[in-house]
Design a protein around this ligand. Structure first.
Ligand code: ZN
Length: 613
């Protein structure tokens, strides 16, 4: 929803309404569902300071308020580090005692008749996972900003913004009424990002849904028409693949900063995506990939959701072994959506598949850490050592490959009648639409077996829970493909980069004694600039284009926050890459299977034939 705000004091009105209800209707009003209302004041954009007022309805005498310690990213970030002060008063303005229970939780005393809690918080974390107020704009992930009343997390909430500059507008997927926004509960509220500023808006309709595109960037850096044309294709492809559109309206938020950027964050009714301006100018490949991924999340993880992520515990980690599916298979779906939308062709897809296989095979930890363990350990990804190739694999990487191999395995065991598409639709209908969360990997296995009518326990035991080498050729044979190992002399930058969530590349390992080591590159550094240009999600591809002897210049940010510029000569080494190639002789059945696989479709009776292993 977008509107130009005016300066009506919502808080005063809410206070009067609630007070009147309590006075006039007494017990009746107490029995009704109370509403917590928030007023967020964009007090000092230059200082990045936001002031929040929470109107608590009458209730228990001692009330607890919690600021989440994490949100969205599977990483403890302790947002309370930014809270400057907290205070509370009653309706007459008399101060109430506020007791700190732990660094993220406060208790307000004497709040039986309701209370007004106020706090000041510093917000200057840019990007789709952050919260930021500056003179240019505000973008908020609200869990980073808004405390919840522990006894009122499930109640309807209202949100009003005050001291918004007169030429700024507000965009959020939250429903609006008058000058405030509403959510049925806190979880829904904080799953709804908010952009406030002078953004560009486009709207379009596709497949019966309404889509808003909010772009905050320099207009000379992008072509909104081209972006909207690509979005039409992506949403049409995804909706037809899932045969479902569980929303009326959906919002895309884009930021294209000229500095470092990269990443996307999924929400049930929106996504926020940051890409470096150069990545958007040079073509839309990066944008369509991350957009297809984040859009598909509206099903996978937001609605088709593992039990271990629910209920959300904002006070500590929600450990889940299912991110290989929720993230990795979302990447599998990203590829399918791009293929079906004509944004990726067969050859490009197979090249990418080879790169993913190469990435997994090159990490020694693929023999020691399973896809489920990688999911459980996601919370360790903030630590440099954890990201080393001998310590961990990526649940994005292995999960995407498992999605592809499971697709092929289901086709094999069902003579082409069942595919990943049927699996995802089954989980959507039998779990998501029934209000159920799936039983982690067991739930995926249950769905895979239900649609393929076959025992797939071996797949989950060996490759999901286990660390067996994946026999790529056995899976790819029915599509007329196999994997070839190719040894090349390649540029050796002297370090290994790893994807940190959906964010920028971080240095996972530095080769001892290498030029990079001598230049001072350290594990845990984030790559901010590569060859004089802001680093983005294509950093890995940029590095792969280097030749031995090239000079590599980077700007890095250390984990403590300081930035350094480093330069060194790229070395050389032998390296094995894996490429997905045609078998010497591809049969008509194999061609048919491949065509169905890359179309994301099951085979019809006439096309199914009797291929398979
Ligand atoms: Zn994702």
């Amino acid at each position: 929803m977008i509107f130009s705000p005016n300066a009506i004091q919502r808080l005063t009105r809410a206070l009067v309404c609630t007070a009147l209800l309590a006075l006039c209707y007494g017990p009746l009003a107490r029995a009704a569902v109370p509403e917590v209302s928030y007023t967020v004041s964009l007090a000092s954009p230059e200082q990045h300071l936001v002031e929040v007022q929470i109107m608590l309805p009458p209730g228990a005498g001692d009330r607890e308020l919690q600021l989440p310690v994490w949100n969205a990213l599977y990483q403890i970030r302790d947002f309370s580090q930014y809270v400057n002060w907290v205070r509370a008063k009653d309706r007459s303005g008399k101060p109430l005692e506020v007791l700190e229970i732990n660094p993220s939780r406060w208790q307000v005393k004497g709040a039986a008749d309701g209370a007004i809690v106020e706090y000041q918080i510093y917000e200057d974390s840019p990007g789709p996972f952050g919260a930021q107020l500056n003179p240019h704009h505000a973008f908020f992930n609200l869990a980073q900003l808004l405390m919840y009343a522990v006894d009122a997390r499930e109640v309807p909430l209202s949100l009003h913004f005050s001291r918004v500059p007169s030429d700024w507008s507000i965009a959020t997927p939250l429903s609006s009424q008058d000058d405030s926004f509403h959510a049925d509960n806190y979880d829904r509220l904080v799953d709804s990002p908010v952009e406030i500023g002078k953004f560009q808006e486009s709207d379009f309709d596709e497949a019966g849904g309404h889509f808003r595109v909010i772009i905050d960037a320099d207009p000379s850096d992008y072509d909104a028409q081209k972006i909207v044309a690509a979005l039409h294709k992506i949403v049409a492809s995804a909706i037809s693949w899932m045969n479902d559109r569980p929303f009326d309206s959906y919002t895309f938020f884009y930021h294209f900063p000229r500095g470092p950027a990269g990443g996307g964050m999924e929400h049930a009714y929106s996504t926020a995506i940051d890409l470096n301006a150069d990545q958007v100018k040079g073509g839309l490949d990066a944008l369509t990939g991350v957009t297809a991924h984040e859009f598909f999340h509206l099903w996978n993880v937001k609605r088709i959701r593992p039990q271990t992520l629910e209920p959300i515990d904002y006070t500590k980690e929600n450990y889940t072994p299912a991110l290989w599916f929720s993230e990795g298979v979302t990447s599998t779906a990203e590829g399918m959506i791009q293929l079906r939308a004509g944004l990726l062709n067969e050859q490009q897809y197979l090249v990418r598949l080879g790169e993913e296989i190469t990435e997994l095979e090159r990490r020694p930890a693929h023999l020691t850490q399973s896809a489920e363990q990688s999911s459980l350990d996601a919370w360790l990804e903030g630590f440099g050592y954890y990201r080393r190739p001998e310590r961990s694999i990526s649940y994005y990487n292995k999960g995407e490959l498992l999605g592809i191999m499971l697709d092929l395995a289901m086709r094999d065991s069902s003579h082409g009648h069942a595919s990943l598409r049927e699996l995802l639709q089954w989980m959507n209908l039998n779990d998501a639409k029934q209000g159920k969360f799936f039983d982690d990997s067991n739930g995926v296995r249950q769905a895979a077996e239900a649609v393929s009518h076959a025992d797939l326990g071996w797949f989950f035991a060996r490759y999901v829970a286990g660390t067996d080498e994946i026999p790529w050729d056995d899976f790819l044979r029915s599509a007329g493909l196999h994997v070839e190992a190719v040894t090349n002399t390649v540029a050796d930058p002297g370090f290994l980069g790893s994807r940190n969530f959906d964010g920028p590349m971080a240095v996972a390992a530095v080769t001892p004694g290498s030029e990079a080591d001598r230049a001072g590159l350290q594990v845990g550094d984030s790559i901010v600039e590569l060859q004089g240009k802001p680093a983005g999600q294509d950093s890995r591809q940029q590095l792969s284009r280097l030749s031995p002897g090239d000079t590599l210049s980077v700007k890095v940010r250390s984990r403590r926050g300081g930035e350094r510029e480093l330069k060194w000569k790229v070395g050389a080494r032998h390296e094995i890459s894996y490429e997905v190639k045609n078998l010497d002789k591809v049969t008509p059945e194999q061609h048919t299977r491949r065509a169905a696989w890359l179309a994301g479709e099951a085979q019809t009776d006439s096309s199914a034939g009797s291929s398979g292993k």
